[in-house]
Design a protein around this ligand. Structure first.
Ligand SMILES: C[S@@+](CC[C@H](N)C(=O)[O-])C[C@H]1O[C@@H](n2cnc3c(N)ncnc32)[C@H](O)[C@@H]1O
Length: 433
């Protein structure tokens, strides 16, 4: 219910259309102060306030219509026990991902509460259409033939205040025919929403929609090019940065390196924090600056012949129990982190607005704050051509189809999201040739 904007909207629409008022609206809200404020306002439709948790409360009624803007809460911020999630597994007839966002549970429960012929409109982040946790939810809704349409806001349209999330409105209808299409429509902004015409939507047979695939590319013509055209994965490989399993031990500042007397040849330069790169083109001069600033920039990479200084440092590592940590203990040699070549292009794993791509002219390695992009066919011109595309508006917009969105608007890319980025055919040809 929140501040009750939906009840007010129903009332306004009844006045405008001179329509029949529903016999009663059940409003759910866990925050009793909000309910109190709501009850103090005058309403001409009959409402029944339910100060209950929508997820756990048992609801016997079914509804002709549901409107909801469910809360957005990531799985690790939810405090429901596994038995609650298991109840949702049972509702969905699928084991749900334990990463499912709270709004995913709302979507499922709302669908189960619809009376025959009932309809629902639920606004949520669009993320579930793409995220891994959305797979089981999409499979369930497809099986149930629940989805009449999904309206996907253009990523440029800021729908939720103070959030960088893209939004979607899911329309459910109970009683759809087996052959009824699922309609997917892009809405450019809030004003366009008023004039939405579902006849203009792209239509898909249920059998054409694959729960494991990302759905947002299906909304646009641009999406069609993705399936026919090229992706970054065709011309390059993207991998996570180096995971050491004990960054504090395996990476050193210049002052620490000197203190331990470790030779530079037993070290590799390595970016250990996202903020260490501020420029688009990273050169050796920048690395020298980072060394001077005594940033943590050296990664331990002992040569086969262990020096006395390295030996002392390894003994200290053993004393600290580093060799027993998960990753080190699973490596052939606990003190040799993965051997990697420096990648010509790096991309930040997290972003607030735009993901940052960096040309790595310094030949530096990177820990997990950046993913590494290796072209199948290397070469400076090719690296520059790919980089120019990656920093273009077009690529940044494309990336929005693939990024994952965290609760506070933080955006994340997995390596396979980067590989799924569509690239122009012409560029693809140039990079493969
Ligand atoms: C995103 S707001 C939307 C409010 C309102 N529908 C609107 O659009 O303005 C979500 C509301 O759900 C309430 N809420 C959060 N978890 C809930 C739950 N498990 N059951 C019922 N309400 C909940 C929050 O207190 C908040 O007021």
């Amino acid at each position: 219910m929140g501040e009750g904007v939906f009840v007010e909207a129903v009332e306004k629409s009844l006045v405008r259309t001179n329509g029949f008022a529903p016999s009663c609206i059940d409003v759910f809200e866990v925050d009793s102060r909000m309910l109190k404020a709501f009850e103090e306002k005058a309403h001409f439709v009959r409402t029944r306030c339910r100060n209950q948790d929508f997820i756990t409360t048992s609801i016997r009624a079914t509804y002709d219509a549901v409107i909801a803007n469910p809360p957005y809460v990531r799985h690790h911020a939810m405090d429901y026990g596994d038995e609650v999630i298991r109840r949702f597994d049972a509702l969905a007839g699928e084991r749900l991902s334990r990463m499912t966002n709270l709004y995913g549970l709302f979507l499922i429960k709302i669908w189960t509460l619809l009376a025959p012929g009932g309809r629902a409109a639920v606004i949520t982040p669009a993320e579930w259409l793409n995220a891994d946790f959305g797979r089981a939810i999409k499979a369930f809704f497809l099986r149930e033939n629940a989805i009449e349409a999904v309206l996907h806001f253009d990523h440029a349209a800021q729908v939720f205040d103070n959030a960088l999330t893209t939004a979607a409105i899911t329309l459910f209808r109970r009683g759809r025919g087996d052959d009824d299409d699922v309609k997917l429509l892009t809405v450019h902004d809030l004003r366009a929403l008023q004039a939405v015409d579902l006849n203009e939507a792209r239509r898909f047979r249920r059998s054409e929609l694959e729960p494991a695939h990302k759905w947002t590319p299906l909304f646009s013509t641009r999406g069609r090019r993705t399936s026919e055209g090229s992706t970054l994965g065709d011309v390059a490989r993207c991998t996570r940065g180096i995971a050491t399993g004990a960054n504090r031990y395996f990476t050193l500042r210049e002052s620490e390196r000197r203190h331990h007397g470790i030779d530079l040849r037993d070290m590799a330069f390595c970016i250990t924090k996202a903020q260490q790169i501020r420029e688009q083109i990273l050169t050796k001069a920048h690395v020298r600056q980072l060394v001077q600033m005594d940033e943590r920039i050296h990664l331990l990479q002992p040569r086969p012949r262990i020096t006395a200084a390295v030996k002392r440092y390894l003994e200290e590592g053993r004393r600290l129990g580093v060799h027993k940590r998960y990753l080190p203990s699973h490596r052939p040699v606990w003190y040799r982190p993965e051997q990697r070549k420096a990648a010509p292009i790096l991309v930040s794993v997290f972003a607030r607005e735009a993901f940052r791509f960096v040309v790595n002219r310094a030949g530096i390695l990177s820990l997990t704050a950046y993913h590494a992009i290796y072209l199948h066919a290397p070469g400076r011109d090719r690296v520059n051509a790919l980089f120019d595309y990656l920093i273009s508006h077009e690529a940044q917009n494309e990336l929005r189809h693939h990024q994952r969105i965290y609760a506070d608007g933080l955006l994340k890319l997995e390596p396979r999201d980067v590989e799924a980025l569509s690239i122009p055919m012409e560029l693809s040809r140039r990079l493969s040739g």
